[in-house]
Design a protein around this ligand. Structure first.
Ligand code: HOZ
Length: 424
């Protein structure tokens, strides 16, 4: 595979952009080699600056559930752009978007649009603190909720990938307000509530984790979070930035029949454009300015082009699409498992819908310490082997792979052939 153009671009980029990238995992440091510079994407395919073609399992880290440059989404955005890029004023589109989102996800009684997942989780936590008058935040090790100060404590995703789960630059006083517990550990959560329940403002959780690889909740775990929060007057927050609209029309909460107090959404919600949402119980969200004393604002919040991309995407997510994702996912999951078994490679494949991670370990992965135990060297060789064979896989063992409705059975077949060779 030729890579001269990407290499040259990466050299230029490193002179003027931190590590040559605008988000750390893209630098490929966890897997070595230079990142391909992507020039265009259509459907399930990406094309780099050297003209190499890849089957994509990153999907822009989640948003691309319809594949890249979906003609209907692109056409809708093109039309919206002709009407003006940004007004900083309310629009009809925002109303239609909010009506659609709150209908799909019934726990969202009142929402606010923001521009990134980080803003959504950060704002949800602020309103939870404003509502309860308490400061302590509970999160789970290996979950990643964006890069706000109080969330970079034992964080997953790029923070874990680069060994910086507790970022420099986060004041000790802020970090002290965040309590981290092992994922899927109901007893630890009960103990924490027994100790400091009256100081806990919120518990934030990825209802299916995507940021230490794909780790599903065990039966009873999410329920325990909701019940303990209710009992102690704390606010439950589901971070559905990855899972929202991906695992079901109403995200992980729909899949598992849960009703959190607040929810953060992003990625698919914006159809590939910078748009995110936080929202939930009317009494809690009524604390947000100008209804209440919790301040949050944004010039580009509810941007018309982004809202249009979100609307055009969400309107296409029907039962047939989720059935297709489940069918493709089941094939990919069993194919990877079979390939590894034939070769005697210890591999644990975990999947929920169209989120999947092959962990290079033989036991189940229930939490961060299980995930951290995987054979990272093997993952690096797997990633390199896949890339050489035209498969664009997340460049970190802690990022879930995503696929979408543009993927075909033939793509899965080709991916499994590549995976068998890469595993060998
Ligand atoms: N850490 C992000 C996903 N969990 C990656 C974002 C990006 O590089 O675009």
């Amino acid at each position: 595979m030729k890579r001269e153009q990407s290499k040259a671009l990466f050299e230029r980029a490193q002179r003027v952009i931190v590590a040559g990238v605008n988000s750390p995992v893209r630098a490929f440091r966890a897997v070595g080699g230079d990142p391909p510079f992507i020039e265009r994407g259509f459907g399930a395919r990406l094309y780099d600056a050297d003209g190499n073609e890849y089957i994509d399992y990153v999907g822009s880290w989640g948003p691309a559930i319809l594949g890249h440059a979906d003609p209907q989404v692109v056409e809708a955005v093109r039309a919206a752009l002709g009407m003006g890029l940004s007004f900083g004023a309310p629009t009809r589109l925002e109303v239609e978007f909010a009506e659609l989102v709150t209908t799909r996800i019934p726990s969202l009684e009142l929402i606010r649009c923001v521009s990134s997942g980080t803003e959504a989780t950060m704002s949800a936590i602020r309103v939870a603190r404003g509502f309860t008058g308490r400061d302590v935040l509970v999160k789970f090790e290996g979950c990643y909720h964006g890069h706000a100060d109080h969330l970079l404590v034992k964080a997953g995703s790029g923070a874990a990938t680069f060994g910086e789960p507790d970022s420099a630059g986060v004041p000790e006083a802020i970090a002290r307000l965040t309590r981290t517990l092992p994922y899927n550990d109901v007893a630890a959560l009960e103990r924490t509530f027994a100790e400091v329940g009256s100081s806990i403002a919120a518990v934030i959780v990825e209802p299916v984790v995507g940021n230490m690889g794909c780790v599903p909740p065990e039966p009873g775990f999410l329920q325990a979070i909701l019940e303990l929060c209710r009992k102690h007057g704390a606010v439950s927050i589901f971070d559905e930035v990855m899972t929202g609209f991906r695992l079901s029309p109403s995200g992980a909460q729909g899949l598992y029949g849960m009703r959190p107090d607040l929810t953060a959404l992003g990625k698919i919600a914006g159809g590939g454009m910078p748009l995110a949402i936080y929202g939930g119980r009317r009494d809690i969200m009524s604390k947000v300015a100008p209804l209440g004393p919790v301040y949050q604002a944004g010039t580009l919040s509810g941007n018309p082009a982004a809202v249009t991309a979100g609307l055009a995407t969400l309107r296409r997510l029907d039962a047939a699409l989720y059935a297709k994702l489940e069918r493709l996912g089941a094939r990919l999951e069993s194919g990877l498992r079979d390939a590894a078994a034939k070769l005697g490679v210890p591999l644990r494949v975990q999947r929920v819908g169209s989120m999947l991670t092959p962990f290079f370990t033989d036991g189940p992965v229930r939490n961060w310490s299980d995930s951290a135990r995987q054979d990272k060297e093997r993952f690096v060789r797997f990633h390199r082997g896949m890339l050489e064979r035209g498969i664009y896989w997340p460049a970190s063992q802690y990022e879930a792979a995503f696929f979408g409705a543009a993927h075909t059975d033939d793509d899965i077949d080709r991916t499994l052939v590549a995976a068998s060779e890469a595993l060998a």
